[in-house]
Design a protein around this ligand. Structure first.
Ligand SMILES: [Zn+2]
Length: 406
């Protein structure tokens, strides 16, 4: 939900996991660097030249974000070992998130995947504390000790904040796993853990307000931002739950549009616009040649093609060529299709039966289906196969405004 995909750049790949940075992360990096170099270190350890504080601040900031990244990598590593799939980690303004490709299969897996994050932060805190203790207390080494002391505290704070029992924080996931194990219902567990998440979000917002009254404007505002983020994340998990209940285990084969109108690849774009887009009113068409699917042409590609070029360019020149992202098997569920649309940033997917085009599924079509089911009071069969359409673990890794602002 927050920090949508591909709004940033990729950093590196590590054993199958892509580490990416959202542009919003640059803001928090600059803020932490500034708060440490111009505030925290000069105040706590006076008497050094300004340049020393900035060097120390930069090292501490880099190691802080490395700590957040290691926390996320630990989630990804355990998830992948448990047979879940995490292929991407994004650092964004509130910390980091590991993108899970689905809900965990059992409470035990959820416990391990969620629990390893705070545990890793605790281990890092102990390690940094050990390094700090190992550095001799000589005057020339004061700032070095200060870096590791700060890192020990920030990692401890990271562990404790993420252990708060509100979904989608790690602690909320642990709570969900426990309720899930006890009741056997993932739906019930998610809704209760999300309730706690909302309560905790309000608590964090209230704490932020108190800090502002206490004179700490930046720290207070930061807490309020985090609170609102947590609240929207908890709300969104409700909504996904709701949509999932509505959609149940509906398969694409039962809901897709079969025999969709297709576009020939060599038709000029102008003709496609007039005869297809304007005439039929659809937002996109599969492009096929002799029954062979070549790609998908959507309004977004057409509008990305300058008007004066539309008479000379052909459909195949501007279509989105066939790739794994815009293709989904007919046996997949509607919830899986929604997830894939979000990942591929596409409003429609080609439903394939082997190499044959079986149909097309659109986001607006699914929305209509949900409306219809609400109107008819058909809740579907919620069961407990909450396949999750967000499939994104959003969890703020930044501990609290207080730690950053002071
Ligand atoms: Zn975590």
């Amino acid at each position: 939900m927050a920090a949508e995909h591909d709004q940033g750049f990729e950093l590196f790949r590590l054993s199958g996991v892509t580490v990416a940075i959202d542009y919003s992360w640059l803001v928090i990096f600059a803020l932490v660097l500034w708060v440490l170099s111009a505030g925290y270190f000069p105040q706590q350890y006076p008497g050094f030249p300004m340049s020393s504080y900035w060097i120390v601040g930069l090292i501490a900031t880099l190691l802080f974000f490395a700590s957040v990244l290691i926390h996320e990598l630990s989630h990804a590593w355990v998830a992948n070992r448990m047979g879940e799939s995490v292929t991407r980690i994004t650092l964004f303004i509130f910390g980091g998130m590991a993108h899970l490709a689905g809900e965990p299969e059992t409470p035990a897996i959820e416990l391990k995947v969620a629990g390893v994050g705070p545990l890793t932060s605790l281990v890092l805190a102990a390690l940094f504390w050990g390094v700090q203790q190992a550095i001799p207390a000589a005057p020339g080494l004061i700032l070095w000790r200060a870096i590791f002391r700060y890192l020990a505290f920030i990692n401890l704070a990271l562990a404790l904040f993420n252990l708060l029992p509100g979904f989608p924080l790690d602690g909320g996931r642990l709570l969900r796993a426990i309720i899930w194990r006890r009741t056997g219902s993932l739906t019930k567990a998610t809704s209760q853990a999300a309730n706690w998440g909302q309560g905790i979000a309000f608590g964090v917002i209230g704490l932020g307000a108190l800090e502002i009254f206490g004179g700490d404007l930046i720290g207070g505002l930061w807490l309020i931002f985090i609170g609102f983020f947590l609240r929207s994340a908890a709300l969104a998990s409700y909504q996904h739950l709701f949509v999932d209940q509505m959609l149940g285990n509906l398969r694409l084969a039962d809901t897709m549009v079969t025999n969709p109108v297709t576009l020939p690849p060599d038709m000029p774009v102008t003709e496609a616009v007039e005869k297809y887009f304007l005439h039929l009113g659809f937002g996109g068409f599969p492009v096929t040649d002799d029954g062979q699917v070549l790609g998908l042409l959507s309004l977004s590609q057409v509008s990305g093609c300058p008007a004066q070029e539309r008479s000379t360019r052909r459909v195949r020149d501007i279509m989105r060529p066939l790739d794994g992202k815009i293709v989904i098997p007919a046996s997949a569920t509607v919830a899986q299709a929604l997830h894939q649309m979000a990942e591929a940033d596409a409003g429609r997917l080609l439903v394939m039966d082997g190499s044959r085009l079986a149909g097309i599924i659109t986001r607006s079509g699914i929305a209509r289906l949900v409306q219809l089911r609400i109107a008819l009071g058909a809740g579907g069969d919620p069961g407990d196969r909450l396949t999750g359409i967000s499939n994104v673990e959003n969890h703020p890794g930044v501990p609290s405004g207080a730690d950053l602002a002071r």
